[in-house]
Design a protein around this ligand. Structure first.
Ligand code: OAD
Length: 263
């Protein structure tokens, strides 16, 4: 599906979302791996193609897995970094970046809270971003606090596992299973969810907490909730609008409606 052959029903939903969005000055967006699927980056839980269908997340995305075999985990992240280095933002990322500028130009607030670690929102031009699960291009010394993270974007990695100038082993600056999220990010994300007038949940299976709680919290506090996902999730029945379409199609349709009326 692309925007040219989008169904009349999807176009109508996009128009309704745009009409609602026009009244809102506080907009927050939760994104998941589905937003990057059209950039060629595998999601996690989709049958056959999802990362967790082919790899054991406990071995590769957990503290125990890393402590047991840091080189193996780093080989896997280096492979993902190489995939991501070839990926570019898709029309969905670009529409969110443009929408942010539109809303901010009218004195509003627009933030992307992403579970993705691929940096594509930033590459697309989004500026207000909360990276709930970290960023694959950043590293930090094992056991160091979040604020010691720094950019290490050599690709492929020269040394596996990489070490800093003091010889300390480095780990990916990403959240692993069972790990706490950066409390500052968590606080900021929930604060945005409770204040949002419009909350969009895009390309996420709504399976991993605490990020998955955000749209429900926004709904509870009175936000209009929009879901964009080709498949149903736990959120679908609670959403005010549910666009069953790829984000790279649905988001440009919404943006076209917003701009059509000189919003
Ligand atoms: P999942 O793989 O769990 O879900 C991806 C969602 O995107 C699914 O619901 C798909 O239906 C949907 N989808 C696929 N293609 C899409 C498209 N073109 N447009 C819109 N939606 C599309 O990925 P996440 O929900 O992001 O955590 O997973 C959440 C977290 O679980 C990840 O951040 C990661 C993983 O373990 C950590 O790394 C801590």
């Amino acid at each position: 599906m692309d925007t040219n052959n989008a169904s009349a029903a999807l176009r109508e939903l996009a128009r309704q979302v745009a009409d609602k969005a026009r009244e809102c000055r506080k907009i927050a967006v939760l994104t998941g791996a589905g937003v990057s699927a059209e950039s060629g980056i595998p999601t996690f839980r989709e049958a056959q193609t999802g990362l967790w269908e082919r790899y054991d997340p406990v071995m590769l995305a957990s503290v125990d897995g890393f402590r047991a075999d840091p080189a193996n985990v780093w080989k896997w992240y280096d492979e993902r970094r190489q995939t991501m280095s070839k990926s570019r933002p898709n029309p969905g990322h670009e529409a969110l970046a443009t929408w942010e500028k539109l809303v901010k130009g009218q004195g509003g607030a627009f933030t992307v809270i992403t579970q993705n670690i691929d940096n594509l929102h930033r590459q697309a031009g989004s500026e207000s971003i909360i990276e709930m699960h970290g960023n694959i291009w950043y590293v930090r010394p094992v056991d160091a606090p979040f604020n010691e993270a720094f950019l290490l974007d050599e690709c492929p990695l020269v040394e596996i596992p990489p070490r800093d100038e003091r010889g300390r082993m480095l780990r990916p600056h990403v959240v692993w299973f069972g790990e706490m999220l950066d409390p500052d990010n968590l606080e900021a994300a929930f604060s945005l969810a409770v204040q949002a007038e419009l909350f969009l949940s895009i390309g996420t299976s709504t399976a991993v907490y605490p990020a998955a709680a955000l749209p429900f919290e926004a709904k509870r506090r009175g936000a209009v909730v929009v879901e964009i996902n080709p498949h149903e999730t736990e959120l679908t029945r609670f959403a005010d609008f549910s666009l069953a379409a790829p984000s790279g199609v649905a988001l440009p349709l919404i943006l076209d409606q917003l701009r059509a009326d000189g919003a």
